[in-house]
Design a protein around this ligand. Structure first.
Ligand code: ARG
Length: 570
């Protein structure tokens, strides 16, 4: 049940007003509070407390209201009846969004032949959770790993390989495109060194930069040797990427299709642009002007072809729009990247409108903030390098292992991996995704406080209760709840609203923080409401087991939406 919606609908109907419900800080006063009397007083020609008095009398007539009372200048507090809560609380089932949509979700979007780094952490974690939530509430999503596999970095890598292996067949005039070159595949650890080396050289050596740029253009135009070499290193890179996707326990992407796939649609897209007179020549390049008279901030044109005739990142994104239009025809496309790509997406969405591919309101870019170290600067490894995703995961694993050792527990590697992953992901999810946050591997692995391990620990605790109580008495229908029981059940009844809002607001922190609050209420209940103790009567025991069951199912659902896994023991 969507408790919030149920209660507010009934109250709206009763009062003939649109009521904004809140949760009072002090739960002793009520389960909900509202300022409706203060909002409506002027129109009603009454003072707020007087109107609140009228409302309170009406609210008392509702069958789920235990009591309604006035507080302060005209706030109304509403307390729900126990029997109403007890009768209606249930484990979460499929939750239905008001308007199911087809949504293309563009996240992850890793670059091939470059190792994944800390900048890809949030797009992976938040994107995966947003996708899981969208599906859970009934949207049809198509997840895209929009691979960075067709841009300048490809030319850089090939130029570097040419430099270290000039004798390789890919670079010879008599290159035989029909032969098998798979034996040229290099280990990924080696491949990963090529791009950084090439990029460093290109900075000081304009000739090398020139070479890399020409190779990029030639690759795109179909140069057989470069394409054969490309086909040798791409699988090496994709396999490494898959491993990380699995380690992060992400849902597999529906489409691992990126820039190269998009570039197949160059011709139809170019035709649209020409038909609409949107392509302009500029210093040998082709551009699309997206500026509007009303702009107050600079809005540079989009580069469609650079002066070498190579296809740009901007251009492949237009082509990807075309591809998505003709294959999925989605109601929405959601892109999740670092907030520094804001301008790129503003430009892109304008082209979408100009070409008629998508109205701008169907396109959405979510820009996330930076992950900083405890010094407040972008997170670096101890040797001062930008941290790779594998390094980060290893750091958290080490920290989790140290925590476990400290606590004297003896847990297997699989469990430690699950704890580490929960630590990393929960910490990411609990922060407002649009803001920066500080990452401290040791802090996130704590078993106490707002952390992933605390969440898992609570779930393991509930599971272990349920493992012990098989075949206990059923829950009585007329059970009288105590405060700890009812607070927990009300939080459970708030799950549906939270999940729907988390998706609508694209706010994954709502799920994480809801889960933390849920765990706190579960642990308070656990401490104050014994179940198996001898002096507990059967009715109470049955009721509490029932509560544990619903709490566990709700918590397990939330944990699953965050892409975490509950260990067998902890
Ligand atoms: N590969 C890009 C990067 O790592 C992100 C791509 C985002 N998606 C897109 N359709 N442009 O920065």
């Amino acid at each position: 049940m969507n408790l919030y919606k149920y209660v507010s609908d009934k109250i709206n109907e009763k009062l003939g007003a649109t009521v904004n419900l809140e949760t009072p800080r002090n739960r002793e006063f009520g389960d909900f509070s509202t300022n409706v009397a203060m909002v409506m007083a002027r129109t009603a020609g009454k003072n707020p407390r007087e109107l609140a008095g009228d409302y309170v009398a009406k609210l008392a007539e509702l069958d789920f209201v235990e009591n309604a009372s006035i507080a302060g200048p005209g706030f109304i507090n509403i307390k729900l009846r126990d029997d109403f809560i007890w009768k209606n609380v249930a484990a979460p089932e499929q939750i239905a969004a008001a308007k199911p949509m087809v949504i293309d979700m563009d996240y992850g979007a890793y670059n091939v032949a470059k190792s994944l780094h800390i900048g890809h952490l949030r797009t992976s974690i938040v994107g995966d959770t947003l996708n899981r939530i969208a599906r859970f509430v009934g949207h049809k999503t198509i997840s895209y790993n929009h691979l960075g596999d067709w841009g300048r970095s490809m030319g850089m890598v090939i130029a570097w390989i040419k430099r270290i292996h000039p004798d390789w067949p890919f670079f010879q005039d008599n290159f035989d495109a029909s032969a098998d070159y798979s034996s040229y595949a290099m280990p990924v650890a080696e491949l990963d060194t090529y791009y950084p080396a090439a990029a460093a050289l290109a900075k000081t050596d304009p000739e090398f930069m020139e070479l890399a740029q020409n190779i990029t253009a030639d690759l795109q135009k179909g140069h057989p040797g470069y394409n054969a070499l490309y086909n040798v290193f791409i699988p090496v890179s994709l396999a490494a990427m898959d491993k990380i996707i699995q380690q992060l326990n992400m849902l597999p992407f529906d489409r691992n299709l990126g820039e190269k796939n998009a570039a197949l649609y160059e011709e139809p897209v170019e035709n649209i642009l020409r038909d609409k007179h949107l392509l302009e020549q500029s210093d040998g390049a082709e551009i699309v002007v997206v500026k509007r008279d009303t702009d107050t901030a600079p809005m540079p044109p989009i580069m469609f072809h650079n002066s070498r005739g190579a296809t740009t990142y901007d251009a492949t994104d237009i082509m990807a729009l075309y591809y998505r239009k003709i294959t999925d025809n989605p109601d929405k496309i959601i892109y999740l990247t670092d907030s520094r790509q804001k301008l790129h997406f503003e430009q892109l969405f304008r082209v979408a409108e100009l070409t008629g591919l998508f109205p701008a309101e169907n396109l959405e870019h979510i820009g996330y903030g930076t992950i900083n170290g405890t010094d407040g600067k972008p997170f670096k490894t101890r040797d001062g390098n930008a941290a790779g995703l594998s390094d980060i995961m290893q750091m958290v694993r080490d920290a989790a292992r140290a925590r476990v050792a400290e606590s004297g527990k003896n847990l297997d590697d699989e469990t430690i991996d699950q704890i580490a992953l929960a630590a990393l992901k929960f910490n990411d999810l609990m922060h407002d995704l649009r803001s920066d946050y500080i990452f401290d591997p040791s802090a996130v692995t704590s078993f106490e406080g707002r952390t992933g391990p605390y969440i898992l620990y609570t779930a393991v605790r509930l599971n272990s209760i349920l493992n012990k109580v098989h075949g206990e008495k059923a829950a009585p229908k007329d059970y009288k709840l105590n405060a700890d029981e009812r607070n927990l059940l009300i939080q459970i009844m708030d799950f549906e609203r939270t999940v729907l809002a988390a998706f609508d607001k694209r706010a994954t922190d709502m799920i994480a923080n809801y889960t933390y609050d849920l765990c706190q209420l579960i642990n308070t209940f656990y401490h104050n409401c014994p179940i198996m103790r001898d002096d507990i009567d059967d009715a109470t025991r049955g009721a509490r087991i029932h509560i544990v069951q619903i709490a566990r199912d709700t918590l397990a659902t939330a944990i699953d939406l965050m892409g975490l896994q509950i260990p067998r023991e902890m």
